[in-house]
Ligand binder design. Structure first.
Ligand code: AMP
Length: 349
């Protein structure tokens, strides 16, 4: 009998998950409050309703076999309703951990991993104290609802504490020491319902204004660090008894690897797998949540993935030497992810 995956969120990640599902003979239902979502073009059915609409959530859950999501900020109440009806993967603990930067850091430390020095901030006094302890420069980040560099304020001197604190507008935050990293990398890892784990090769990421610009694979890392990165990612997945694909973002510093953040979903820095691997991150995620054997994620080529942000899609000069992935968004907006390109070259290592 045909299976159906339910995806919360209809953005480009949902769109590409639906394509991967269809290749496996699986139908996709999308739940998305906003009109005309990118995933609407590739899914079988869209439930266009708010996360407060219990009736719509129930109907959605009943219409699918397994539920997953393509963004982290899913209201807890919606999950309560859905979980009663169908399994939701990745499980709640992963979502709760990654939704709150403080909980996430405490979890990572509890399993023996390193993060940038940090302190929780709820009051101006706490911020001033933390700035004294950590030293400047620092980054003040809201604990919740931040993405693509949003909800982050860089603090260069202790004198900027007041302004930075007011900008939080009452939200809880963490202050993080600014890390002088050598490079940023990420590991895209998958774990199945049976506990099997597979990781794609670490990719090296360059951000511009907090938004991912390129991912290059292989990352320029010594072999032992590539191994460390993969083992560290596997440790996180095991500790959460995780099911699905996760993006683990890391800073590479003089003293080794620091975990920046984890994303319990397919990840922009894993898009290169679409053209450089036999099985890409989207297929791997669908396999994992349906309890199918994980695929061989070995890389057959070197790759550079470049995001097309805003107007970039209007300035593509040559089309013949890269794979083009467009998200079908009708309106070009500054800072909006419109698509990406992937360039391949023969495998170097
Ligand atoms: P985030 O939303 O936490 O992933 O931050 C977005 C980007 O900001 C990261 O990928 C880094 O390029 C930069 N960034 C975040 N936190 C730090 C930090 N503590 N030190 C240096 N750069 C950072």
């Amino acid at each position: 009998m045909t299976k159906t995956v339910g995806i919360l969120g209809g953005g480009q990640l949902g769109r590409m998950l639906a394509v991967a599902a269809s290749r496996l003979g699986i139908k996709t239902h999308i739940f998305e409050p906003l009109p005309d979502p990118p995933a609407g073009d590739t899914a079988t059915k869209i439930f266009s309703a708010s996360y407060e609409d219990n009736g719509a959530l129930v109907a959605f859950a009943k219409s699918v076999d397994v539920i997953t999501y393509e963004f982290e900020n899913i209201p807890t109440k919606a999950l309560d309703a859905l979980e009663k009806i169908k399994p939701v993967f990745p499980q709640r603990i992963a979502l709760a951990t990654s939704q709150d930067r403080l909980v996430e850091k405490q979890f990572l430390e509890s399993i023996g991993l390193y993060v940038a020095p940090y302190a929780p901030v709820d009051t101006l006094e706490q911020l001033e104290e933390a700035l004294e302890t950590l030293g400047t420069p620092c980054i003040l980040k809201t604990r919740r609802f931040g993405y693509d560099g949003k909800g982050q304020i860089r603090i260069e001197t202790p004198g900027q504490a007041k302004t930075a604190f007011s900008a939080l507008d009452g939200q809880s935050a963490v202050l993080e020491k600014f890390v002088r990293f050598e490079r940023e990398i990420s590991v895209i890892a998958a774990r199945s319902t049976s506990g099997e784990i597979t990781c794609f090769d670490p990719g090296e990421n360059v951000h511009i204004n907090g938004i991912l610009h390129t991912t290059t694979v292989p990352a320029a890392l010594p072999n032992h660090m590539q191994t460390d990165a993969v083992l560290l990612a596997a440790k996180i997945l095991n500790a959460l008894d995780y099911v699905g694909v996760m993006g683990v973002e890391l800073f590479v510093g003089k003293n080794g690897l620091l975990v920046n953040e984890i994303a319990p979903r397919v990840h922009n820095s894993g898009h290169w797998t679409q053209n450089a691997c036999l099985i890409d991150q989207f297929e791997q995620h669908i396999r994992a949540i349906f309890g199918l054997p994980l695929g061989n994620g070995q890389r057959h080529s070197d790759a550079i993935m470049t995001n097309l942000i805003g107007d970039d899609i209007n300035h593509l000069e040559k089309h013949d030497n890269f794979a083009l992935h467009l998200y079908g968004k009708s309106e070009v907006k500054a800072g909006r992810k419109m698509g990406h390109i992937i360039q391949l070259s023969p495998k170097s290592s």
